[in-house]
Design a protein around this ligand. Structure first.
Ligand SMILES: Cc1cc2nc3c(=O)[nH]c(=O)nc-3n(C[C@H](O)[C@H](O)[C@H](O)COP(=O)(O)OP(=O)(O)OC[C@H]3O[C@@H](n4cnc5c(N)ncnc54)[C@H](O)[C@@H]3O)c2cc1C
Length: 484
């Protein structure tokens, strides 16, 4: 008896959290869940388990008990029901690109929508129906066939769902708003396993909360987006200057952003010059300030000229290109499995102190792959009232984002500390506040920072639609409890 107990305990020590949680589940419900499931159920013993539990950020190393690769809405409903009935932690995966790695969880069930990535364009009504597991590349691929696009992010491998539900900034935002502002409706599975359609005139409160609340209210199985005429060719602006010219370049950038047309958007960032043939070899590894943007429509000849002539560039890689190519241009800079820590804060203004932070932190970055990004927002994003959706920080014209990108596990602490300290220092400034749900660090900050004055309404909705906080892995907001 005693020996058997010791052997049992030893065996438990050898197991990872996914194996332990699965061993603790009653076998009959697991079997019947597998049998009724239309897609693939991946368990720790399966050969594809290691591949399927990996997400984009190589720092994340979580071991789920079950990965449910859904084929359709019925699978999503049965996965939600199973997790709720078995009291399992639950995580939801679309593109797996959340920086904090919230698409996986230890010892729980991952509802993986990535097999559901269909996109259907209605070219007459300029809308697209996008399945809940699609990537930005899936959408651009189909919509560009008709010379159409919706406002999404700037890297094609990112998931539509995570990006859109937390806002979604990209090249088209100043003209067409956040990704979520382009939503006409969503189909969503809530914690009770019910399927709803939410839109401006159906389940309006759910629609309000899904736009900006992240994945906290349910699992979206389909999005209906508005489309706009974009491309297929656009003017891309991509220019690099030496960091010695930072003061002049940033002064020009800020003057330009003051009255930039909505058809043009530019992001400024500090970095180190990559050792690529597009750059002069003598500049490789040098600190730099760069700008990336695009212009569309009938703008004056070269809307970027004032920026281009702000100093002598190291490299000017601008030119006309296919919109879809612009959208995937940065993909290879962010490979799966590298280590990442990205954290943001919004700015009402870019003061000398902000520029000084960008400059100093670029010099002290532990990794030459890291960047400090300054997003120019405003335009159509700021047209929508702050309380019209759960997304609060529309009124801020800029966002500062520390992107720590590095290779070795041994450098984790140094890089996370770099990004965290940079944002903490910025947070001391009177112009800085809030945080963006899509660049959340490791979700260490309180949800109130994200949701501002919308927090209470979102907490009420959370309590109505997900009273047990089944959708809690994204760290955004918890249902109210009796003690609240
Ligand atoms: C390389 C890269 C580039 C980026 N560029 C931009 C950019 O240009 N603009 C910008 O705004 N952001 C950008 N981001 C941030 C990006 O928006 C977030 O990382 C986002 O969370 C990624 O979405 P995902 O679907 O891949 O997330 P996943 O990791 O798959 O999921 C993250 C969370 O989203 C929720 N979720 C996922 N799918 C669903 C669903 N179907 N229904 C309900 N909830 C769901 C869940 O809460 C889940 O925990 C970028 C990120 C990366 C890695």
């Amino acid at each position: 008896m005693i020996t058997g107990g010791i052997i049992y305990i030893m065996a438990q020590f050898d197991k990872h959290p996914g194996e332990k949680a699965l061993a603790d589940l009653p076998s009959e419900p697991v079997r019947s869940f597998e049998t009724g499931f239309g897609g693939d159920v991946v368990l720790p013993a399966d050969p594809e388990y290691e591949r399927e539990r990996a997400v984009w950020n190589g720092m994340i190393d979580k071991y789920p008990a079950i990965i449910a690769r859904c084929a359709g809405t019925a699978d999503v409903v049965s996965a939600v029901t199973f997790a709720r009935e078995q009291d399992l932690p639950l995580a939801v995966r679309c593109g797996g690109h959340n920086v904090a790695g919230t698409a996986v969880c230890d010892g729980g069930l991952v509802v993986d929508l990535s097999p559901m990535h269909g996109v259907r364009v209605d070219s007459e009504n300029w809308t697209a129906r996008v399945d809940g597991g699609a990537t930005l590349g899936d959408v651009d691929h189909e919509t560009q066939l008709f010379g159409l696009a919706t406002a999404l992010g700037a890297v094609s491998e990112t998931g539509v769902a995570g990006l859109t539900l937390n806002g979604g900034y990209g090249h088209l935002s100043r003209q067409y708003g956040l990704a979520m502002d382009n939503l006409r409706s969503v189909d969503v599975v809530t914690a009770d396993g019910k399927v709803h359609t939410a839109s401006a005139d159906r389940n309006e409160d759910l629609f309000w909360g899904l736009r900006g609340g992240g994945g906290t209210l349910g699992i979206v199985t389909a999005f209906e987006f508005e489309l706009h005429e974009v491309g297929p060719e656009v003017d891309a602006f991509f220019i690099w200057f030496h960091a010695d010219d930072m003061t002049d370049v940033m002064a020009c950038f800020l003057e330009w952003t003051d009255d930039a047309p909505r058809e043009a958007g530019v992001l400024a960032f500090t970095a180190h010059v990559p050792d690529l043939e597009e750059f002069p070899e003598e500049a490789w590894g040098e600190p730099a300030v760069a700008m990336l943007g695009t212009a569309r429509g009938d703008l004056e000849d070269d809307v970027f000229e004032p920026l281009r002539s702000s100093a002598t560039p190291i490299a000017d890689l601008s030119g006309s290109m296919a919109y879809a190519d612009l959208q995937s241009m940065l993909d290879e800079d962010y490979p799966d499995g590298l280590r990442y820590y990205w954290k943001s804060i919004f700015l009402t203004d870019v003061t000398d102190e902000v520029v000084d932070i960008m400059e100093r932190y670029t010099e002290s970055a532990p990794s030459a792959l890291s960047t400090v990004d300054l997003w120019h927002l405003g335009g159509a994003v700021a047209d929508v009232p702050q309380d019209a959706t759960a997304f609060w920080h529309r009124d801020k014209p800029y966002m500062l984002n520390f992107e720590a990108n590095w290779e070795d596990e041994a450098d984790d602490d140094a890089n996370v500390t770099w990004g965290r300290d940079g944002i903490a220092e910025a947070a001391e400034l009177a112009v800085a506040s809030g945080s963006y749900g899509n660049f959340p660090g490791l979700n260490e900050d309180p949800a109130k920072l994200r949701f501002g004055d919308n927090y209470e309404r979102l907490a009420d909705l959370k309590t109505t639609y997900d009273p047990e906080t089944l959708f809690g892995a994204d760290g955004s907001i918890a249902a109210r409890t009796d003690t609240d």
